[in-house]
Write a protein that binds this ligand. Structure first.
Ligand code: ZN
Length: 341
């Protein structure tokens, strides 16, 4: 299947009432892990690359790996998405390269750290929507600011400092025309999200429900949504790692979100933990080994297991064959028609 737009994938997810995991990648093994999990569970999937990942992989390497994935797994609807674009130029370069979806995170300034004003966010996001939709490419925006930092991106602090205001969310969508909206409901990027199991006082599910009530046709996105399961932390610490105790977003809370309009769920940390644990185990148990395949293969298998589990939990499993791909070219017409209305 050719790479498809995220708009199509999320429209289908909304029809089916399920969520779709968006998994971050930097290299071949991570892409393989996701595609194998998608094949086993028959899942449509979003693969995303941050600015850091694009720099690490020199962009083109990653892009051609994605084309290989589309070619080798023709039965899987696959989106190539830019995670946290920090500027118009970053988003434009991704669109020019061939990404089928971009996130313009205008909640922060170009430095990726300082919160912007509402008007600054609208202005830059609107500009990206114009060039993206003209090419059939999907746009995710963000309103409100997440906590934590990942890949050098983030305002830091807890996730509760800039929780999304539902009224502003409505105005933001009207003014920008984004296809999907990342909202801040108390989650954070990175492994250290919460110092105890999060409950209603830190995860603002009521805010999410209110936004969905006001914007029933906008696909909501949960960032910072790794669950950081204890068993993955334990493997790392058992084999010489030094992770401090930490809690992520419980899967039940994500599932509650999915019942209330969440269609895209970003997961990165859980996969990083799985990979690192698997590699540490090989190093500790068989220190005589030195062929990278001896530890990259178990690492890939460990990530595949986590991804497949999330695909089942988010409900995307079994839906890969539900629809035929709409080409990015056809998506151009979709947006031209929508704009004429
Ligand atoms: Zn994020």
């Amino acid at each position: 299947m050719p790479l498809v737009s995220m708009r199509q994938l999320l429209d289908e997810a909304a029809k089916g009432g399920y969520g779709v995991g968006a998994f971050n990648v930097n290299n071949m093994e991570q892409i393989q892990a996701i595609m194998e999990a998608a094949r086993d569970t028959k899942s449509p999937v979003i693969i995303q690359a941050s600015r850091g990942a694009r720099a690490y992989s020199q962009d083109k390497f990653l892009y051609h790996l994605m084309l290989a994935a589309a070619e080798l797994y023709p039965e899987i609807p696959l989106v190539m998405h830019l995670d946290h674009g920090n500027s118009f130029a970053t988003c434009k370069s991704a669109i020019d390269l061939g990404f089928t979806s971009v996130m313009m995170d205008g909640s922060l300034k170009e430095d990726g750290k300082t919160p912007t004003t509402f008007d600054e966010n609208v202005e830059v996001t609107r500009a990206v929507v114009e060039i993206a939709h003209a090419k059939g490419v999907t746009v995710e925006g963000e309103i409100g600011v997440l906590g934590g930092i990942e890949d050098g991106h983030g305002a830091g602090g807890s996730g509760l400092e800039h929780v999304t205001d539902p009224e502003q969310a409505v105005e933001f969508v009207e003014k920008t025309g984004v296809d999907a909206l990342a909202i801040a409901i108390g989650t954070s990027h990175g492994a250290y999200k919460f110092s105890s199991k999060p409950d209603g006082s830190v995860l603002k599910m009521d805010v999410l429900m209110e936004i969905h009530r006001r914007l029933p046709n906008v696909h909501l996105v949960m960032h910072g949504s790794s669950s950081v399961p204890k068993d993955l932390q334990d493997v790392i610490n058992q084999y010489g790692g030094k992770l401090k105790p930490t809690w992520g977003v419980p899967v039940e809370e994500i599932q509650l979100g999915i019942r209330n309009g969440v269609r895209k769920i970003n997961v990165d940390t859980d996969n990083r933990l799985a990979i690192t644990g698997a590699i540490r185990k090989v190093f500790a148990e068989t220190p005589e080994k030195f062929d990278p395949r001896d530890y990259m293969k178990p690492a890939r298998d460990a990530m595949k297991k986590v991804v497949a589990l999330r695909m089942t939990q988010f409900g995307q499993a079994g839906h890969a064959g539900d629809y035929a791909p709409i080409s990015i070219d056809e998506m151009k017409k979709y947006y031209t028609k929508a704009a004429a209305k």
